[in-house]
Design a protein around this ligand. Structure first.
Ligand SMILES: [Zn+2]
Length: 300
């Protein structure tokens, strides 16, 4: 994640600098001041961008499982069909301003809309902080959006829409093929000493897809074909050998939560806990820290 080092040091250096370096007359202070201001502006930019994208994800996650168009009609209250004006559509602020109620009929606006906007804002800020300006930033950000949509639709409706999964698979495959052809490959592949992104992607996809395929056929229930297709997508995106990190995190996370729910008697043994959110979260964590987690297990 070499790119991340581009944006973190300036702020950290400033915080730990010797008092005389912080003196406004030092040249060091002037340089750091400008660099810090730039970074804060970019962090802010990514936060605002994230909240806007979160707002869009809310629309997708609400309309896609219901088979409605994402583009039309424009945003409206689901109860009274009051059409939202621009000032009702500002991410985060509108929800707070309206205190979670429709301006027209007073119906409760789901808290998820607010949490998604805030969460995506924080996620995008983190992505910039973590990766800095390298091309993988766009790649990882795009896949985070896909995984967040799938986690939400699976949690709320128990579906992983094919439209999203297939779009993700197509883009992952085309990108990996182009990357191999033109010689650009993500850090998390090349840093591990591997080449040929497309080959890694296909092997990764086949491993996770095949593994869940066998589980679904053998267990008949619990997991569905949607999970198998999502696993294929995650394998394509993380590639070999990081797909093993994603699988590990998904099963450990899923197992832990299922165990806690059973202990707390929130769910009974035969209730199905959706697995899609765990696969999605595991995929995101693997894109952020997969290389470090793999290194930890291999003792490197
Ligand atoms: Zn309303």
């Amino acid at each position: 994640m070499a790119g991340g080092y581009l944006c973190r040091p300036a702020i950290i250096l400033f915080l730990v600098a010797e008092p005389e370096l912080k003196s406004p007359t030092s040249q060091y202070f002037q340089v750091i001041k400008v660099a810090t201001a730039m970074i804060i502006l970019w962090l802010l930019f990514f936060f605002i961008l994230g909240t806007a994208i979160g707002s869009f994800i809310n629309v997708v996650a609400d309309r896609l499982p219901a088979g409605k168009s994402i583009i039309s009609p424009p945003s409206h209250c689901p109860k009274c069909h009051y059409r939202l004006s621009a000032k009702d559509n500002i991410p985060i602020f509108s929800y707070l301003w309206l205190r979670g109620h429709c301006r027209n009929c007073g119906a409760t606006i789901p808290m998820r809309l607010f949490l998604m906007e805030l969460g995506m804002g924080l996620l995008f800020t983190f992505l910039y902080w973590h990766f800095g300006f390298i091309w993988e930033l766009a790649f990882v950000a795009f896949y985070c959006c896909i995984f967040v949509i799938l986690a939400v639709t699976d949690l709320e409706h128990g579906v992983l829409p094919n439209k999203i999964v297939y779009t993700g698979i197509a883009i992952a495959f085309v990108l990996a093929a182009l990357g191999s052809l033109f010689g650009f490959e993500p850090h998390y592949i090349t840093d591990l000493g591997f080449k040929w992104w497309a080959v890694n992607a296909v092997i990764g996809g086949a491993i996770f897809f095949g593994f869940l395929f066998i589980i679904v056929v053998a267990s008949r229930g619990g997991m569905g074909w949607g999970d198998v297709k999502l696993a294929g997508l995650v394998g394509l995106v993380t590639g070999f050998p990081l797909v093993f990190v994603a699988m590990f995190l998904a099963f450990v996370g899923g197992g832990l939560i299922a165990g806690i729910f059973l202990l707390l008697k929130v769910k009974k043994r035969k209730d199905a806990i959706p697995f899609g959110p765990f696969i999605s979260l595991a995929a995101m964590a693997t894109l952020f820290w997969g290389k470090d987690i793999l290194g930890f297990f291999l003792g490197g």
